[in-house]
Design a protein around this ligand. Structure first.
Ligand code: HEM
Length: 438
């Protein structure tokens, strides 16, 4: 008879491991792995969840998604904040919307996105004093908002979206709560509903302008308006607003957290930073944009990006729900169980990554090629729902790194930098640096 994975110790009556998971999930996952190996069970209140580790099981989970597993049940808490789009929608709705998602991320558009990244990163650097102190975590959050706005809406995004947009977006983003019922009359949920209405009003006007004068626009909204869904119909206004909010959510806080860690980890490894600076001196001109040809040559920066994804992933866990009894290893997971992929163990397996707790970007060089199995790390997901914005995010982080270290000397002042876990993306605590224009 098939069996379910072993339950790890420490579960409390009623809550099971839920409190421990809320307090420090990395510690819980590591403890579970030491105790029970690469597939084990935790109890989250009445909900049972199998935690799996390693490329072999990660691959099964990714390839079974939308077959024996789904995403939308576990991520249902996002529905009230964002709407029925992307992986928050049912697998059928997702398949119907997929052609639009592919259109938004098709290769040719990257050139426009990269130009927007260049513009926004340079204008951020120009806005800094010649010397001073700043918190990289806060700066990256603002910068990635501007990059997302500029790339998705265009150069006029500040006037088009209006002053209040980011405040309203922040109210939506802060309302995301995987635990509380999303319709409780709590202040944060009321603020969310008000913000959603206001954003909808802004979009109503933006959409009307594009409907009235389609030839004048080639941005995300016009793409969402004019690209047919799989069934031949078009997205309605509510879905367009949800798609935009969903893309911003998927795209900017994740990138902000990872970009802040990237700068931090480089500053903590001055010897590797020197290699990066030499590469920048060799390849990046001050006077011309960093285009895709230049980006392709910045290999030490991209290795550092991959190493940051491994060591400090913004998306350190992913969750699925079992829709049909599901075999993994020697176990069978019954319908209704959750499956959790975790970076805490998968990204630090010593048989895959040598000296796994060391920030060592050269492990990604072709000579060493550690973790070449695409399912060894989960930082950008995998399978059909693998992050469609991965290249966008990596290019953005590369441009930030190249321009920042080209034009400024930085000294890391913060010492005890911690991982802050959010409802969506992880990010570092305050990263105070002293900077000086070169
Ligand atoms: C460092 C930055 C980023 C990280 C760490 C990240 C991570 C992820 C992960 C882990 C998933 C899969 C979730 C799962 O399987 O449960 C995902 C999906 C997705 N991401 Fe990203 N992401 C990043 C940046 C972006 C950007 C910049 C965009 C868009 C501009 C974006 C758009 C998306 C979309 C649309 C999906 C859903 C894909 C689908 O369901 O087919 N992401 N991302």
């Amino acid at each position: 008879m098939s069996k379910t994975p072993p339950v790890i110790s420490g579960g409390l009556p009623v809550f099971g491991h839920a409190l421990e998971m809320m307090r420090d999930r990395e510690k819980l996952f590591k403890r579970g792995f030491q105790e029970a190996g690469d597939i084990y069970t935790i109890h989250l209140g009445p909900q049972k969840a199998a935690v799996v580790t390693g490329a072999e099981w990660n691959k099964i989970v990714y390839t079974q998604t939308d077959k024996s597993l789904n995403m939308n049940v576990a991520y249902a808490f996002l529905k009230e904040s964002i709407g029925e789009v992307l992986f928050i929608a049912s697998p059928e709705t997702y398949v119907n919307q997929r052609p639009v998602l592919q259109e938004v991320f098709k290769r040719e558009r990257m050139t426009t996105y990269v130009k927007a990244m260049n513009r926004e990163v340079q204008s951020w650097l120009d806005s800094l004093e010649d010397q001073g102190e700043m918190d990289i975590t806060a700066e990256m959050l603002r910068l990635t908002q501007y990059v997302a706005g500029a790339a998705l809406i265009g150069e006029d995004f500040r006037t088009e979206l209006g002053e209040a947009f980011w405040k309203n977006y922040g109210a939506i983003s802060r309302s995301m709560d995987p635990i509380l019922p999303p319709r409780l009359p709590l202040p944060k949920f009321l603020r969310r509903d008000k913000a959603k209405l206001e954003i909808k009003k802004v979009f109503h006007d933006l959409i009307a302008k594009r409907r009235h004068d389609p030839a004048n626009y080639d941005d995300l909204i016009s793409t969402l308006l004019t690209t047919p869904l799989k069934d031949g119909t078009f997205m309605d206004e509510t879905t367009i607003v949800s798609m935009f909010t969903g893309l911003l959510f998927a795209g900017h806080e994740t990138t902000a957290g990872q970009a802040a860690w990237l700068v931090t980890l480089l500053l903590q490894r001055p010897d590797y930073l020197r290699l990066v600076e030499q590469e920048i001196d060799r390849i990046v001109s001050l006077d011309t944009d960093i285009d895709e040809m230049v980006l392709r040559k910045l290999e030490t920066i991209y290795w550092a990006i991959d190493e940051t994804t491994r060591m400090r992933p913004s998306a350190d866990l992913q969750i699925r729900t079992v829709t049909h009894p599901f075999q993994i290893g020697d176990f069978e997971l019954p319908k209704g169980w959750r499956v959790i992929l975790n970076a805490a163990n998968s990204h630090f397996l010593p048989e895959v990554f040598s000296n796994p707790y060391q920030f060592d970007p050269l492990r990604w060089s072709p000579e060493r090629a550690e973790g070449k199995n695409p399912f060894a790390i989960i930082g950008f997901g995998g399978g059909i729902h693998k992050c469609t914005g991965m290249n966008f995010a990596k290019n953005e982080m590369a441009i930030i790194t190249a321009r920042l270290f080209q034009q400024f000397e930085l000294e890391l002042l913060s010492r005890d930098i911690r991982i802050i876990q959010g409802a969506g993306a992880n990010h570092p605590s305050t990263v105070l640096v002293r900077y000086k224009r070169k």
